[in-house]
Structures are given as C-alpha cells and as structure tokens.
Design a protein around this ligand. Structure first.
Ligand code: ADP
Ligand code: ZN
Ligand code: ZN
Length: 843
C-alpha cells in the first residue's frame, strides 16, 4: 500500500508539472523496543510542513503493533532494504523531546551498551506513550438483509447511532463483559469495522467548581433572593448561599466570584447537595470545570534562607570554582545545612534565567525537604517522583517544556526531563547507590549522567555529600572537581559521640537479652524517660533472615533461587527477597518432623517484636520496604515521629537518607557486622557511609547526640574510622588497595552476567565468552565466577568482570569487541537460550 501511495504522489507531480514538486520525506524514528536500528517511515505529504525532530509519531510495526515513536531525523532517503510504511499519526506540533535529550539518549545507549529504544522507554513517562483501544464503526457497505441475533442488532443500532463506539462502551451498553464474540461475529457479517483508535493516556486532573451567575454577583439581587428564600423557609438553600459567601468574598471583591469554589467543598452532605441542585436549576449558581496542577498542596510562603557564615563562605567558594570548573563537590558533615547552600545557589541560577535540576534519592524526596523547598520556590518547582502517578510525571514533563517549571526536584529518572537551558544540576547525597538503575537497561547512573547533561547544555554540577563516594573524592583530589568543605553543624550543633559495645564479649558474659546489650537497652529506656526520641537501625527487613530446624539443621530455601527464605511474622510467610516467592511458614520440619523451628538472625520485625517485650512502655514504629509500599506511607511514619507519637523508630537504610528530626538524641546500630562483611571492594566505603549517615540523624539540635554501635569486631579499621569520623583516614587506607587491585577510581568496570536455566550450559557459555574476550583483552578479563547468589528465578548466574584502564584505551573498540563476543555466544546453537546482561560501571 505504501509503495502505491508513493507512485501516485510521484506520477501526480510529474504529469501536473505546473505545481511545485511535492517532496517525499522520510523519518528515522526511535521505537520503545530493544532494537539495534532506528526504523525509517515515510511522511504522508500532508504532514510535511509539520514534521520535526523530537515530535512523537504513531507507527505500525509488523502487522499489528501500534507504537509511539520519536522522530530522530527527517530526510529524503528512502531505505534501501525495505519499503517504508507511512506514519499513521503525528502527535506533536512542537517537539516533545529536545535535541539535547536525543543527544543524551544516544550517549546513554552507547556508553551503557544498550539500545536507544530502551533509553526512550526509561526516559518517557508511559503517559507520553500511546495505547491502542479498539473502536467499532458502522460499515456503510453492510448488506442490511443479513440475519442478525437480537444482541447483535442492538449493538449495531447503537454503533449506527453514535458513529463510533469503543469496546468498553459496547460492553456497558449490552451489560455483559465478554462482548468480543459478538463484535467478531458482527465484523464477520460485514456489519461493523473494527479499528484502533490511539488515545493519549494522559488525562489532566479536573475539578468541578461552582460560582454565582452574572445575575447574582451583585448584592441587591442576592439580598432579595436570600430574603425571599427565608420567607419561604428554604433554609437549606440559604445555608448553601451563606457558605459560599463565607468562603468567597464576593461582596468585597466581585472578581473573586470568577474563581468560584470547589463543588466538593460546598457540598459535604446530601442535604446541601439537593439545595445546590435547586440553586443551579434556578440559575443562581453555575457549574464549571478547571484543570488543576497536581502539586497544589504546599503553599509558597516566600521563605528565604539566611545563610550562616560558614555556609556563606562555602557558597562563595563554590561560585568561584564554577568560574573554572564544571563540577564542584560539597563535602559537608551531616547537619551542616547543605540544603541551605543549594537553595541559595538555585535562587541565583533561576534569577539568571536558567533552569535547575536538583536530584536526590527517592526516599529523601518523600520527606521534609519537599515542603522546605516549596516554601521557598512555590509553583515554579516541579516534583518528579517515582511514586507519583504517571499523569503527574507527564505534567512535569510538559511543564518543563512550556517553561512552567524552571526548577525540578526529582529522582534519578528526572535526568531525562526535557530541559534545554540548564544552568545547574545539584546531585544531593551523590554517594548513594540508588542513583544507579540496576534493572532493566539502561543501567545508568544519574550522578554520572548529570555530568553528561551538564556538558551538553553548558551547565554546572554541584555534588553534595557528608560521605562522598571515593570516586568523586578522588576526582576532587585530582583537581578535576572543585572541592568545598563544610565542617560545622548548623547553629553549633555538635556531631554525635559514637561508642561501641562488643557484642561477642557480652554474649560470653551472658549479658545479652535477645542480642540487645545492656547499654543499648538502657540508652533506649533513658531516652523515653527524658522524653527524647531514638532511632534503631538494622539493615535487614522481615522477622528473621532464615529459620532452622533445631534438630536436623534443615533451612528452607527458595525453590527458584539459591537463597534461604526470610521469615515475615506479620504475614506468617517465608519470602524470597530475590524473586518474591512466598510460602506459608512451616511449623514442622519436612525432613525430620520436629516442631522445634527456630528463627535465626534479626530483621526489623523481630527487633520491634522483642522491644515490645523488653521495653513495654516504648511506642515503636518501623520503617522499611515492607511498611512503606503505599504512596504516603513514608510521610505518615515520618509525621508521626515528628509529632512525637513514636519513641523509637526502627528501620533499615531508609533511615539514613535526609531525615531531619529535632528530638532524636540517640541512635542505636543493632548489628554493624553484616554491613562490613560483604564481599565487595566497596564494602568498607559503604559501611562507613551508611553508618555515618545513620549516626548523623542524632543530635541535630541543641544537645549533643549519642550513637551506640553493636559489633563483634571492634578492632576493625573501618569501625575505628567511623568512631573518629575520619573519612579521609579511611580513604587514604583504601585507595592504595584499589590501585593495587585495579578497581575504580583507577579503572572502569564492566560486568557481564550470563544466565541460563541449566547450570552446565551457563558455565560453558560463560567460559566460552570469557575465553573469547580474553583473546582480545587479555588479563583485563576476570572470571567467570558464580555471584554470591548464583541462582535467581530458576536461572543460573555467572559473572565476568572486565577491568579497563581509564586512560590510553580505545573504549569504543573494546565495547565493540564485547558486543561481538556476546553476539557470537547468542548465535551459537547450544547457547541460544542464554541471556547476557551488560552492566557498565556496576555498583
Ligand atoms: P545536611 O543536609 O547538610 O545534613 P540540612 O540541610 O538537613 O543538613 O540542615 C540541617 C538542619 O539545619 C535543618 O533542619 C535545616 O533546616 C537547618 N538549617 C541549616 N542551615 C540553615 C539556615 N541557613 N537557615 C535555617 N535553617 C538551617
Ligand atoms: Zn528437622
Ligand atoms: Zn526466589
């Protein structure tokens, strides 16, 4: 069909030589699929004037698939190997994706070794991608003598009457769910045509409002009306009118009426609803609708931030660095008020007319910081959050394009927003591993992408942390980044005093109560007595990491993964934290039949449970993945804690992120050891960061806080450095090790994960791949080795690690070779079912 269209176009323009020649345009588009190539489509001539790079179009792929694609290039070269199909629709008159974004998409696909369609998928909120919905239309060529069943007749009548009907509407009309057989039959008989209508998923949020009609805006007619209603004892109607007048100051300011009042505010009960209905009928009130922003909750209060002296100095230093450097690292201890510094700089950049992006970890975004910033920046600030609905994300996307939001705070995916004039990107808590997307591709790190985006738009990057990643600190030491330190807490608050309990000794002395040392319990208890709050940190959720039969040693494992199941008491389930598999808790051992099943280790649930026994007077709450799945759950927990309704907040690493509580004077770390003993070259760096951040929640006002760490290894260097708050000490010790063993920041890592259902095939595929790579890259290739958990979701896993030097290396060539070798494996018959995941810069 497309080719004949083409011919008609061409012959028409040839034979009618009088008219200017119509050029046939083609577009290369990105489709949201993992395909190596861009696809070329023909632009129907009527779109010629409107088509542009960055616009979304609807295309058909194969025979049935309808997709939203992005125009990456407009040109006049028909594809050589296939006949281009026409575009079905052009969705945007102005680009929805900027040229900077297209450039970024390409960069990401290239660097992280994935497909550009995958990048598009990660970047665009799904509301900007289209879904197809079937519609029915009356077929004008239908032979009316064809016999129809009663239901078919009824449906056809409706279709004829309405011109077109969605399948949903049809189902409602017939009052039955399964209408596809009827539609199919009608279509077979030639009565209806079924087509796909593409519809934007995005629906703005609409509010119904009420206002007085023109006739009643003035006091005179209004007063007459009220008098009349009172005479007729229509008190409910009077009530509604009075309520309206109380909320909308029409008498003082007639214009206020134009904005009206939300209907839901005016009618709270049935009584006023019927009265309102009457008033609407009488033309006293009228109803209208407005589209509202979804972020109308926290008001702008014009708050400004007065910087402390050291914050002021830091700000000046940052600005002076920005004259010569693109990136500055702000190393400010917990509670030093880095946010105040950011706010000050953001205000300056916005005042200069540029845009600002402020990235922060997801959990920090759900806490107090949003309202703090809202008070300063008001409506020009957009919030981009993964727990928000897709509509809300679309609103931010469009808001950035339209200029409504010059400033966005957001989680890692906000790096893909359509900015075109960024002046500054702030990356708060830059050491956070949640900036990295693990799954699916693109496995990008938003902190690192910030540098790329900044380079494309000539913006500056400010990274901030109390415990910078060693990579960033190294870059600062090398002079690549500017480096600014904040060493004082705001208002002279002091850093907490950290002490240790040797849990091994206490255990020997039988002083432990369920793994709670005496010191820990006493501290918690004292704090309750003093009316102060505590945080208890344990980086494991669930009740117990595993359970065991006391008689035969049986431990239940996931049948799909090579891990033990975690016991969740609340739901009486055993749950796999890798694949989500759950089963009922077994109270009898399936091997020996014993009922002596013991829970082993401590999760947050168990700690809360035992605290209830040990400190019955304590009001506890728990903050972990299990208690925070709902949209507002984190806020609720945080607010209850802020309001003093909770004495002890027990939680996982969520607690370490950006929470700022006045009355927390004690932080207990239940078990530091399992954080430190982790087989990863970053284990010590991570432990230092995590424990320092958690400790930093203590004593942020007035009194000095206290931190107690329970550990069996008090002699460890990293523990010593945590006690001394000696970040650089740890860095100086670790960095030569990194250099010696070729780890970042001295090298770049690429991890390949080979997956196969069959263990031997997985091993063979991985071996073959590693050998192939080694032929080209030699000793840079390590492995294959089974990862810590070597089977997940019934797939056996093998890891290959490639260590690449940072300089004097042709990265492009190396990546090409890696791709080739992987391709070789995937096209070998024996390894066909193998999956190879590429993770560049794994964390
Ligand atoms: P950090 O992120 O560096 O750990 P925060 O930015 O959370 O520290 O600041 C710690 C506390 O001090 C917060 O409650 C914050 O409101 C307060 N604070 C810091 N700087 C200022 C300032 N200049 N004016 C008012 N309050 C400030
Ligand atoms: Zn047993
Ligand atoms: Zn599992």
């Amino acid at each position: 069909m497309s080719s004949s269209d083409n011919e008609i176009n061409e012959s028409a323009s040839l034979s009618l030589g009088l008219f200017p020649e119509v050029v046939t345009l083609f577009v290369d588009v990105i489709v949201p699929l993992p395909l190596p190539n861009l696809l070329t489509y023909r632009v129907p001539a009527i779109m010629n004037d409107m088509i542009q790079v960055g616009a979304r179009v609807i295309v058909q792929l194969g025979t049935r698939r309808i997709l939203t694609a992005i125009v990456a290039r407009v040109h006049q070269d028909p594809p050589k190997k296939y006949i281009a199909k026409p575009l079905l629709e052009l969705l945007d008159e102005a680009p929805m994706v900027t040229i900077y974004q297209l450039e970024l998409f390409r960069w990401v696909a290239d660097y992280y070794m994935c497909h550009i369609g995958e990048v598009m998928n990660a970047a665009l909120p799904s509301g900007l991608k289209i879904n197809s919905e079937s519609k029915l239309q009356y077929n004008p060529e239908f032979d009316v003598n064809t016999p129809l069943t009663e239901t078919e007749g009824k449906l056809l009548e409706a279709v004829q009457e309405k011109n077109s009907l969605s399948t949903d509407e049809a189902a409602r009309l017939l009052g039955q769910k399964d209408i596809y057989p009827i539609i199919k039959s009608l279509s077979k008989k030639g009565a209806v045509l079924v087509y796909e209508e593409v519809k934007e998923k995005y629906t703005p949020k609409i509010v119904k409002k009420i206002r007085l009609t023109r006739d009643y805006e003035d006091w005179e007619p209004l007063k007459d009306l009220i008098d009349e209603l009172e005479d007729r004892k229509q008190y409910k109607q009077v009530g509604v009118l009075m309520k309206y007048l109380a909320r909308v100051p029409v008498m003082q300011n007639r214009i206020a009426n134009a904005d009206g009042l939300e209907k839901s505010v005016l009618v709270k009960d049935d009584i006023s609803e019927s009265a309102l209905k009457t008033l609407l009928k009488k033309n006293v009130f009228e109803e209208f609708e407005i589209i509202i922003s979804r972020f109308a909750d926290v008001p702008y209060s014009g708050d400004d931030v007065q910087l402390s002296e050291s914050q002021q100095l830091a700000t000046e230093k940052i600005m002076s660095y920005f004259k010569t450097k693109d990136t500055v690292l702000l190393h400010g201890i917990t509670g030093s008020g880095k946010t105040a510094v950011y706010i000050n700089l953001i205000q300056k950049v916005l005042a200069s007319g540029s845009q600002v992006l402020y990235l922060l970890p997801e959990i920090a975004l759900t806490t107090q910081i949003v309202s703090r910033l809202r008070k300063v920046f008001g409506d020009q600030m957009g919030i981009y959050h993964s727990k928000f609905s897709d509509n809300e994300r679309v609103e931010v996307w469009r808001g950035v394009l339209s200029g409504k939001f010059n400033f966005v705070i957001g989680v890692r995916s906000a790096i893909f927003l359509p900015f075109d004039n960024l002046g500054l990107i702030v990356v708060d808590e830059e050491h956070e591993s949640s900036y990295k997307q693990y799954d699916p591709a693109p496995r990008y790190n938003a902190r690192d992408l910030a540098l790329v985006v900044a380079r494309l738009q000539q913006a500056k990057v400010l990274m901030g942390s109390a415990t910078p990643s060693f990579e960033s600190f190294y870059n600062a030491k090398q002079g690549r980044y500017g480096y600014v330190k904040l060493t004082q807490r705001f208002r002279e608050a002091q850093l907490p005093e950290i002490s240790l309990v040797n849990i091994r000794i206490e255990r020997k002395q039988k002083k432990l109560k369920h793994n709670f040392s005496d010191t820990l319990l006493t501290s918690l208890k004292d704090n309750i007595t003093k009316g102060e709050q505590s945080i208890l940190f344990q980086n494991r959720r669930g009740y117990a990491p595993y359970v065991m039969c006391e008689d035969c040693g049986w431990i239940p494992h996931c049948h799909q993964c090579n891990v033990s199941l975690t016991y969740h008491q609340h739901t009486q389930e055993m749950r796999c934290h890798y694949c989500g598999f759950t089963e009922q808790m077994s109270h009898q051992c399936p091997v020996c039949g014993s009922t002596r099943i013991k829970t082993m280790g401590y999760g947050t649930e168990k700690i809360e449970d035992e605290l209830k026994l040990l400190l019955p007077q304590a009001r506890t709450a728990r903050m972990d993945l299990d208690t925070t799945r709902q949209k507002n759950a984190i806020q609720n927990i945080v607010q209850a804690f802020e309001a003093g309704e909770t004495d002890i907040l027990i939680g996982t690493q969520m607690l370490s992120k950006g929470l700022d509580f006045d009355k927390v004077s004690f932080v207990g770390i239940f078990d530091a050891d399992h954080i430190i003993h982790f087989p990863d070259f970053r284990a010590h760096e991570r432990a230092f960061q995590l424990l320092t951040q958690v400790a930093g929640r203590a004593g942020r006002r007035n009194t000095q806080g206290r931190v107690l760490i329970q550990t069996g290894n008090p002699e460890l260097f990293v523990i010593e450095k945590i006690l001394q708050n000696d970040y650089e000490g740890l860095y100086e010790k670790e960095i030569p090790e990194r250099q010696k063993f070729n780890y970042p920041p001295f090298t770049r890592l690429i991890r390949l994960i080979i997956k196969h259902e069959d263990e031997i095939t997985a091993e063979e595929a991985a071996q073959t791949l590693a050998n192939g790579l080694r032929e080209k890259m030699g000793s840079r290739v390590l492995g294959p080795e089974p990862p810590l958990v070597n089977r997940i979701r019934n797939q056996f896993l093998k890891d290959i690690l490639i260590k690449l030097e940072k300089d004097n290396i042709n990265l492009r060539l190396i990546k090409e070779q890696i791709r080739e070798e992987i391709q070789k494996i995937l096209t070998t018959k024996q390894f066909k079912q193998t999956t190879v995941v590429i993770d560049v810069d794994p964390m």
